[in-house]
Design a protein around this ligand. Sequence first.
Ligand SMILES: [Zn+2]
Ligand SMILES: [Zn+2]
Length: 358
Amino acid sequence: MRAAVLHEIGQDKLEVLDDVEAVGFGPGKVRVRVRATGLCHSDLSAMAGVLPQPGPFVPGHEGAGEIVEVGEGVRTLKPGDRVVVCWLPACGACPACKRGQTELCLAGFMNAGTPNFKRPAGDVFGFAGTGTFAEEVVVDAGCAVPIPDDVPFDIAALIGCGVTTGLGAALNTAEVEAGSSVAVIGCGGVGISAIQGARLKGAAEIVAVDPVASRRESALKFGATKAVSPDGLADAKQQVTAGEGFDYVFEVVGKSATARTAYENTRRGGTLVVVGAGAMDDFLQLNMFELFFDEKRILPSMYGGGDVLRSYERTIALWRAGRIDLAGLITHRVPLADINEALDQMRTGTALRTCIEI
Ligand SMILES: [Zn+2]
Ligand SMILES: [Zn+2]
C-alpha cells in the first residue's frame, strides 16, 4: 500500500512509496483504511527532530477512516465502522484515567518503540504510534473511536487532534470567563480552535496574534475581535486592557520566546495557557520574584486538557448545532501524492489546515 515516509529525522521532504505494509495486526487491534488526514504542526516538529520520534517514520496523527478488520477480542468495532484515529487512547485503568484526565494516560506511548509499518528496506515507525499519511494503519482498538454517520471524514480527522487541542484549551483548561479579554498567539488550525472556544465561552475581546496576514483575516472570521501581527501586540494590549494585560493568553506556537511574550501580556493574576508543543532543550525563563509577585497562573494544556472522548462528543455536538465552524478550517486539499505541497503550505502559514485525501 501507499504511504508517505520520512527517511531520516531532519529531512524536510517525504517520499510517497507503494511498498509499505501496516504491521502488528492481532488480538485487540484493528486495521483502518484511512480516508482523510490533516497535517498538524506536530508532524513537522517530529520531522525536524523537535519532538521525539524514531525514524524512518510515516507522519500523520490526525486521521479518520473505516475499519476493515478487527482482531480477536475486539467487540466494540466491526468492519465498515467509521472512526476517528485517536493518537492518545485511554487505557481506562491507570490513575490518570481513573481521575478523568485521560489526556495524561501513557498507555499509548508504551508501544513507542514498536514499528507500525515495514518495507522491503526495513522497519518504519508511525508518528505517535499511528502514522495516518498511509492508506492503512493498524492500531489498538482504543485508538479507533466511532463517529456518527453525519460527520464527514475530513471533519472527523480534524477532531483527531487540532480542534480537540484548541477548543479544549479554552473550554477545559482555561475555562474562559464570560466578558473576559483573551489573546491567542499563533493562529493556525489549533489557535483558531482556541479562538472559537473563547468565543463560545463569551469572551468580550479576543485578540488574534500571527505574523501571517491571511491567518489574521481568518481569525476575524472565526470570532477574533481584533487581529494583529506580533509587533502590534503591545498596542492591542494598551487599547483592549488599558495596558494591564489580558485575562487569558494562549500560547499556540510551542517556543519559549512566544511563551515569554504570552507571559508578559497576561495581566497580574491572569492565566497563561500553554498549548504549543515545544522542544526539550527550549527553556522558558521566569524570575522567582515575578513568578510569586504577579500571581499569574500558568496552565499547560495537553490534547485539550480533558477527557478525550467527551471532548470529541462535545465537539461533534457543537459542530452539528452550527456553533463552531470546522469545514472553514480546511483551507487546502491535496491528494497523498502531493503531500510535500501540504508541508510547504503549513511552513509558509498559508494553510489553516490542509486535508490530505487518501
Ligand atoms: Zn490510562
Ligand atoms: Zn496534532
